[in-house]
Design a protein around this ligand. Sequence first.
Ligand code: PMP
Length: 459
Amino acid sequence: MSLSNSIKDKDLASHLHPFTNLARHQDVGPFVIERGEGIYVFDDQGRRYIEAMSGLWSAGLGFGEKRLVHAATRQLEKLPYYHSFTHKAHAPAIELASKLAELAPGNLNHVHFTNSGSEANDTVVKMVWYINNALGRPQKKKFLARQHGYHGSTVASASLTGLPASHRDFDLPAIPVRHLTAPYFYRFGLPGETEMEFSARLARQLEDTILAEGPETIAAFIGEPLIAAGGVIPAPAGYWSYVQDLCRRYDILLVADEIITAFGRLGTMFGSEYYGFQPDIMVLSKQLTSSYQPLAAIVISDALNEVLVENSGKIGTFAHGFTTTGHPVATAVALENIAIIEERGLVAHARDLGERLQAGLRQFSSHPLVGDVRGAGLVSGVELVADKHTKAAFERRGDLGAYVFRRAHEHGLIIRSIYDTIAFCPPLITTDEQLDVLLDAFSRTLDDAAKWVETEGLK
Ligand code: PMP
């Protein structure tokens, strides 16, 4: 048996260790994707799917952008690798840092590269601690984050993540962090409460937490402008301006984890721009290279950079970095990726297409299974419930979502189920016609789901 024929063989695939239910993975074997083209991917049986999640919220330019391939091969031929230790650099990293400084709002002008979003958030934690030590405030070390937030899988970033499965049996959190209530208006808004009132209530909770812990112990607040992996939770009206004001008042750094929301995803270049706040630190990845290469970037303000520079002068080095920090191929691909986004006006396209996506999904609001349709720009979530009037969730949480996830494949659609919330995050290059096909495939999936709920007697 050749490798390609046997690749789905579950014994062979059991050597591979993905982020999933490992027991199920060993049981059924993986769903093997073989190639990509535009917004589509093809499985090993040649079946075509609309990739309505851009992979992991990341392949903004889809799966067949030749200019990114050429940028990578050109760089591989010229300088396939070099590092950035001991005062070395290369053109793609220098140019990309300068491009990101130009794009990032306010005085966010200094860039540190890592390979993944998780490493970037771990780096943020270390930088913030280093800065507060340098400033002579060694007590100011705690992070504030939110339940439902996702910040990664490494030790510090998974500690910041507010999802129980990221902590359980991993002995996390391992850093000082307090998780606040998620700004999840559909679930946590009180009857009769407006979004503004809900945001004001969360702001009071935030201030109470700061005062109870002591502002002199809180270093930073980290949040995704729109919570994505934790259930597609857009910020309610007023939320970010309350958070920003409190951070300023108590001298707490505001970190925007823009790993999903940057580069047009919400119809603006950055998610913080969409919500109208100015972070002190911004973390970027995913759509930075459309994930054709692993790369993340931390963009920090002039003021913070000054402290880093001065302190590392004192110590003799800034002892943090990786073998492949600012990898030349990854940074060359990122430059080309951003050039394409700009040339093709994809941020404006995402804004227009996002309005069509949100409106298209809102049409399903009257469907008996649909409790809530929410999102911003090209990220959307449809929460399925057992009783749309009481908002009661299904007793066996996630079973219906898992059915919808599998069933959508039959209709040529890849979405993601987060328990019973169905997530959409299509590539920025999706056309209006393709969006119509996507919505039609989802409509048919939802009808199948209603029948399945009946026959299974799901409650
Ligand atoms: N932060 C956010 C907001 C993310 O969505 C992700 C990835 N889903 C990460 C951090 C972690 O990035 P990575 O998987 O590249 O480590």
